[in-house]
Design a protein around this ligand. Structure first.
Ligand SMILES: Cc1ncc(COP(=O)(O)O)c(C=O)c1O
Length: 277
């Protein structure tokens, strides 16, 4: 029973949603992805707080109280060790009209799937892509077309991730990750706000950096400064801390993961072991 759909647990293959669901027709919904280490969801509370913020941001109520959703998540991962939980809330099923339906209950689903943890020596190559997303990137909405197009462009260029750069020349984040750069021992990342999705992993890295004594500047960098960084890495719930070795075919620093990146990566793994023993 790894799917919870509108109040019922069932096998994932048995889940059915109407063709008139607003998530399907309009992308009118929000989502979360939570990582499960050793059977325990990591940082579940911040993920659920962000789900609530995303719902509020698109003027939609939460489908169930957060404590109940947390209970659903815990039940979905019973018997799993390394897994992810995907949660999605849409504005429900209604005849196709742009304006919000008056009485449609939201469609709420959550399911778990096993994950393969990233290999310890995995590195990323990035491709620069134009950040042509909307002005509310802090909301984790299911309309991900610009992100998909960026990721596809990166993949076609033999890269692992797209690096979004705005038309004013500032680097924002990855197509499905937050971006960090190390310059002279200081860690730089775009400030939280409407131009990026404030990652739960990003926030965790800021904590880890403080604990490791690494100075942080939450300030946007222009692309040439990012390209000249000594080290770079991107972060995400499933990607964790991925060292970046090249951007648009040019090596970052020495072209191998640097000491600050490796230190943060190792401290992050220790933290997941402490919180999910
Ligand atoms: C655009 C974007 N930025 C950042 C992230 C990283 O967020 P988190 O660390 O919460 O997974 C994601 C994750 O999906 C994302 O889609």
């Amino acid at each position: 029973m790894n799917l919870y759909l509108n109040g019922r647990f069932m096998p994932l293959e048995e889940g059915r949603v109407s063709v008139e669901d607003r998530g399907f027709q309009f992308g009118d919904g929000v989502y979360e992805v939570v990582r499960v280490y050793r059977g325990k969801p990591f940082r579940l509370e911040p993920h659920l707080r962000r789900l609530e913020q995303s719902c509020r941001g698109i003027e939609m109520g939460l489908p169930e109280p957060l404590e109940r959703i947390a209970g659903v998540c815990r039940r979905l991962v019973e018997g799993h060790t390394e897994a992810q939980i995907y949660l999605q809330v849409t504005r429900g099923v209604a005849p196709r009209l742009h304006t919000f339906p008056k009485d449609a209950p939201p469609t709420f689903l959550a399911y778990s799937r096993p994950v393969t943890p990233p290999a310890p020596d995995r590195v990323y190559r990035l491709k620069v892509v134009m950040d042509d997303r909307w002005g509310r990137c802090h909301l984790k909405v299911i309309c991900l077309l610009p992100n998909l197009l960026a990721k596809q462009k990166a993949s076609e260029a033999g890269c692992d991730e797209g690096l979004f750069v705005r038309d004013d020349g500032f680097v924002t984040e990855g197509a499905s990750s937050n971006a960090f750069f190390v310059r002279g021992g200081v860690l730089w990342t775009h400030p939280s706000g409407p131009r990026i999705l404030n990652g739960v992993t990003r926030e965790t890295v800021l904590e880890v950096a403080a604990a490791c004594g690494v100075a942080v500047r939450q300030e946007a960098l222009r692309l040439p400064d990012a390209l000249a960084a000594d080290e770079a890495f991107v972060t995400g719930t499933l990607a964790e801390i991925a060292p970046v070795v090249a951007i648009d075919g040019r090596p970052v620093g020495t072209g191998t993961p640097g000491p600050v990146t490796l230190g943060i990566q190792s401290a992050f793994r220790d933290l997941t072991r402490r919180e999910c023993p």
